[in-house]
Design a protein around this ligand. Structure first.
Ligand SMILES: Cc1cc2nc3c(=O)[nH]c(=O)nc-3n(C[C@H](O)[C@H](O)[C@H](O)COP(=O)(O)O)c2cc1C
Length: 175
């Protein structure tokens, strides 16, 4: 049994749902998983873990800056353990942008950080129009209109392919 720490950055909570699904998958492999929110400024020395995963969502083109800060501060510890990184964004709903190699946000992010994660994944996220404030709702509708996605403000659309998330869970189990 391995102890796996999953650190996440989320704005609206969908990344936590993905982390929970990864945890369920790792449970089936007999591993113990702990989740922690990067917003709470977790200190790695407070955790006991064998492997480490970071998951973060995109908002207006970027992961939250605290993700970059955490990686920069903890790179040596990350590199000392089997490790993985995943990004959540809606551009990944497009088949030509849904792999670590083809997702522009993940590629841009990797160029900005010095850490080279051993395993990478990208997952399509969720658009929950009714939960968004006026400005965000109109901005997302505009982005969706430009990129030929759903624009109906009454819709909640989950693009996440949960099989891909499960496969990533298997990768983390093996790494
Ligand atoms: C205000 C807002 C801005 C967003 N900006 C982007 C973006 O620039 N590119 C993208 O691919 N997805 C974007 N998304 C989609 C989010 O990445 C997606 O909703 C994801 O599921 C959010 O995860 P979270 O709930 O864990 O924060 C945006 C979503 C919102 C609500």
């Amino acid at each position: 049994m391995a102890r796996i720490l999953i650190l996440y950055s989320t704005t609206d909570g969908h990344t936590i749902e993905i982390c929970k699904r990864i945890r369920e998958r790792l449970d089936t492999h007999g591993h113990a998983v702990e989740l922690a929110d990067l917003k709470d400024d977790p200190k790695l020395q407070d955790f006991e873990f064998d492997k480490i995963v970071i998951g973060a969502s995109i908002r207006y083109g970027k992961h939250q800056p605290l993700v970059n800060d955490f990686i920069a501060k903890n790179q040596a510890v990350l590199e000392a353990h089997p490790n993985a990184l995943f990004s959540v964004n809606v551009v990944a709903r497009k088949p030509e942008k849904n792999t670590p190699e083809t997702n522009p946000y993940l590629q841009k992010f990797l160029k900005k950080i010095d850490w080279q994660p051993q395993n990478l994944a990208v997952f399509a996220g969720k658009i929950d129009y009714p939960s968004l404030g006026f400005f965000d709702k109109q901005m997302i509708r505009l982005i969706m209109w430009i990129t030929k996605g759903p624009t109906d403000p009454t819709l909640t659309v989950e693009f996440t392919d949960w099989d891909t998330v499960d496969e990533f869970g298997d990768t983390v189990a093996r790494m």
